[in-house]
Design a protein around this ligand. Structure first.
Ligand SMILES: NC(=O)c1ccc[n+]([C@@H]2O[C@H](COP(=O)([O-])OP(=O)(O)OC[C@H]3O[C@@H](n4cnc5c(N)ncnc54)[C@H](O)[C@@H]3O)[C@@H](O)[C@H]2O)c1
Length: 311
């Protein structure tokens, strides 16, 4: 059994990650400013209310729990949901405080959450990638404080890896638009609409380039990552997404409508292909996602969606 300390464990993604590690038999500690009611917490999970902007409180938590691994998820997770300087300061300091305290406490495996938004899509001044599918070699061009804060979080991770050689194992991951189990059942997503609405109106999913991932698949990815971190190259970053796009129609048809100038670039995104490649996670870690909107969406069905999309 491994002791895994998860920050942001009360959040949309954190709840599934906490549950995934607890169900797999690990000792899980969740640190979050907000604590969950006990009936929403997996059995055996320890949760503590901690403001992770308080560096000494983070140090004390690491000393108390002496985890084998730390997964840092806590952040202001929605771009423009707070003033830009607040998002930048908060997310960068959270990453620094957690990764520093974990490193100083001798934690052997440390993972931090980044975001695909580092690439810069959605820029009102215009954006086109060098190619599709997007992957870990695509050049990041963040254009807002959230995306920049995630770039800095990745750099913080690399800084500690540089300072500590290979003795501590680090990684970062960029989860696509996270769908939690209750959202498949009809609860509102991060942007306030339901998944059925998001699928019926491609304009809702287009700003994220139709990406998504099931929160339980992210938990599965993190389990595989922790198991293999000692044997792979240190301080890598991985995209974590579904195997298909969150769209009824192929992206070579949709992308040019929402990303002007992308006709040729997106020509290869046929069938159900997503815009983001997860080949690196598949090849380096042997991880593969198990959930797709095509099988998980229980509120409606794909026939309704096809019909909605054609109107
Ligand atoms: N949800 C997505 O689609 C998505 C996509 C890409 C990346 N991410 C990243 O994944 C991580 C988790 O995202 P989420 O959707 O679960 O976000 P969320 O907002 O649901 O959860 C974030 C959690 O962090 C906690 N938190 C924030 N500031 C804190 C502080 N100072 N001290 C202690 N706790 C604090 C919040 O209370 C919350 O429970 C974030 O780092 C986010 O940037 C999310």
């Amino acid at each position: 059994m491994t002791t895994v300390l998860i920050t942001g464990g009360s959040g949309r993604l954190g709840r599934s990650v906490v549950a995934g590690f607890a169900d797999a038999g690990h000792q899980v500690i969740s640190l979050d400013r907000d604590v969950l009611p006990p009936d929403r917490l997996a059995a055996g999970v320890v949760q503590e209310a901690v403001d992770l902007l308080d560096g000494q409180a983070v140090e004390a938590a690491m000393a108390r729990h002496r985890p084998d691994a730390v997964i840092h998820l806590a952040a202001i997770a929605v771009p423009f949901s707070a003033p830009e300087e607040v998002i930048l300061k908060t997310n960068t300091m959270l990453a620094y405080n957690v990764l520093r305290a974990a490193t100083d406490a001798g934690v052997g495996r440390i993972v931090t959450a980044s975001s695909p938004t580092v690439l810069g899509y959605g820029n009102p001044a215009g954006w086109l990638p060098e190619r599709f599918p997007l992957d870990e070699n695509t050049v990041p061009r963040p254009w807002n404080a959230y995306a920049l804060s995630k770039m800095v979080a990745e750099q913080v991770m690399r800084m500690f890896a540089t300072a500590h050689g290979g003795s501590v194992r680090y990684a970062a991951f960029r989860p696509c638009y996270v769908i939690s189990p209750e959202e498949w059942a009809g609860a509102p997503t991060q942007q306030g609409h339901t998944l059925a609405e998001r699928l019926a109106d491609p304009a809702l999913s287009a700003p994220a380039l139709f990406n998504y991932v099931d929160a339980r698949d992210v938990a599965g990815f993190l389990a595989v990552l922790l198991a293999k971190m000692d044997t792979i190259e240190n301080a890598q970053t991985f995209f974590v997404g579904a195997a298909d796009a969150l769209a009824v129609e192929p992206l070579n048809k949709l992308m040019p409508q929402y990303l002007p100038g992308s006709e040729e670039l997106s020509a290869g995104l046929t069938g159900t292909s997503p815009a983001f490649s997860i080949a690196k996670a598949q090849e380096v870690l042997g991880w593969t996602p198990h959930h797709s909107w095509r099988t998980e969406l229980i509120e409606t069905n794909s026939a309704d969606l096809t019909s909605a999309a054609s109107h």
